[in-house]
Write a protein that binds this ligand. Sequence first.
Ligand code: DUC
Ligand code: ZN
Ligand code: ZN
Length: 476
Amino acid sequence: MTFDTIIRGGTVATASDTFSCDIGIKDGRIAALGDRLGEAGEIVDAGGRLVLPGGIDSHVHIAQPSGPGIVMADDFASATRSAAFGGNTMVLPFAMQQKGESLRQVVTDYHRKADGHCYIDVSFHLIIADASEAVLGQELPALVHDGYTSFKVFMTYEGLALSDIEMLNVMSVARETGALVMVHAENYDAIRFLTDRLERAGKTAPHFHGTSRPIPVEREATHRAISLAELVDVPVMIVHVSNGAAMEEIRRAQQRGLKVYGETCPQYLVLTEKDMEGLNMEGAKYVCSPPPRDEASQAACWQGLQQKVFSLFSSDHCPFRYDDPQGKLHPKGRTSFRWVPNGIPGVETRLPILFSEGVKKGRISLNDFVALTSTNHARTYGLYPKKGTIAVGADADLAFWDPERKVTITQSLMHGGADYTPYEGIEVTGWPVSTMVRGRFVVRDGKLVGTETAGQYVSRAKSEFAKPRGRHDFMP
Ligand code: DUC
Ligand code: ZN
Ligand code: ZN
């Protein structure tokens, strides 16, 4: 066979193995793995490089409505460009419903924003804010059927928080359709109670954001989400877990044999609540939910990764500009933490941070790195084995790493729409230098060579962990 491209001389790693071999690519897919593969239109020298499955970041927010006067820093072009520079070949943003909106219309609107404006491949999760009968009875099952096979629900936020009965109704639809439910687990009433008290006491600086959502707020909601999922007998993914208490809730559920899965993010490994203490509004740069915690929480999140309580490591990229009327500095002209938009940029730095802090520092293996950042995302969200691995027949979605390159993370190196990075000054070893999507370079040796029309929307199968089952009749 004559290949379009042969990647020669790299060290290839998957979630299970590390080996030296060449990769033959034909029509955007991996067609052969081996030595002396023969002829190709182009031979790419990968000597000295690690060749890994491209990162899949299954938790990013792009161009999402964020309240009056607040605008996200990234559109699809800037977010996917930034993701590509960070070694990713696919992202899964959310198509977010607001109360009263048709889910189908929301999906159509997101496609309009994304289609033709992505450097890498994308697929959408849904966010269910309106758990009405019409949405749950008709629109949601139809959308799951059409390849939107996962959806997120919130236990907090005005306009988004679902009550327990609404959560149960949503979970019942997931059970019947085989979709996977993702849960943002924080107790809404507890946050409101604490926020009101703090404001009345004049405690409005950004770091009180952390005080308003302490660990018990997350632990309780995590426990409740797991209990509701157990009741309906449906798998559940607890996203952006920030601390040991919530992680232990997930571990206990897993030890009881429940299909409960967990995700953590870079901000819970390398940031702490102290970062929100910067002068004036500087701390707003780190405001996200759940908030970064303390060093014991960081250690617990590492344990969660090492002991496989967490199967996913995602960025929760949710970027707002800092020094911008639409961003974090003066949200709507007000200064209380209550109004600071929740979220931080991170799609470009997720992989270097975990590679450096995890693989290079001996906390996790290279294969676990691949699993946590690519393969498990594909398996969890119905993309495997087309995505998330290096195998014959898979899409040729590859990241080329210089494992020894030392980089100090700084805003001027970033390629997204935000005007700061919360990871400023962090030194990492190992950097993704090139990214290839379906056999074509998007970033090559640190330069953008792809176009914003190259990324494709990918319709998904059902999660490996969530098979459709009949209605739960709750009878003994
Ligand atoms: N939840 C997220 O998943 N992302 C950003 C903000 C939030 O609350
Ligand atoms: Zn969330
Ligand atoms: Zn998120």
